[in-house]
Design a protein around this ligand. Structure first.
Ligand SMILES: [Zn+2]
Length: 66
């Protein structure tokens, strides 16, 4: 898994983590337990947010296909 990047929440200034979609491996679950990523589930519906704030749970950004 690539190096986790954080962003600052535009809503509260807290720490936002990337939302991981699709079939994820054990490393992604461990990262989620550490609060480094948010698991978004296997199905992407509509305009999926790319980031989720760990403080206020605001979701923002747009998931960009690779
Ligand atoms: Zn926030």
């Amino acid at each position: 898994m690539t190096v986790t990047k954080h962003r600052t929440c535009a809503n509260c200034g807290g720490r936002a983590v990337p939302i991981v979609y699709g079939m994820v491996g054990v490393d992604a679950f461990e990262a989620a337990e550490r609060g480094e990523v948010e698991l978004g589930g296997c199905v992407i519906e509509g305009e999926a947010p790319a980031w989720k704030c760990t403080s206020c749970e605001a979701e923002f950004g747009r998931l960009q296909p690779d």
